[in-house]
Design a binder for this molecule. Sequence first.
Ligand SMILES: [Zn+2]
Length: 113
Amino acid sequence: MHEMSLNEGVLQVLQDHAKSQGFERVKTVWLEIGELSGVEIEAMRFGFDVVMKGSLADGAKLEIIRVPGQAWCMPCEKSVQVTQLFEACPDCGSYQLQVTGGDQMQIKELEVE
Ligand SMILES: [Zn+2]
């Protein structure tokens, strides 16, 4: 499962932060997930609990922040919102879109102790 390795990546970042910032427990993780990232929220939540078990983030809460997809439409010469990759421009119907945001997943904030 793709989301399993994503969670392992999150844990890796938490461990690095714990080392460099000197905390021992993670209580809450705010994760930004772009609508175009292809990440399944439910699978992410499930994988989070499994992967964090026994780690510094065992029992931590996962808060998910959805980031809307953004793309630059070349014919319109403006930024538009898209909900899927390879979607047409909602204004002019063109497929000449360049994704500019909402295609990533990243840790936004941590509550630690
Ligand atoms: Zn357009």
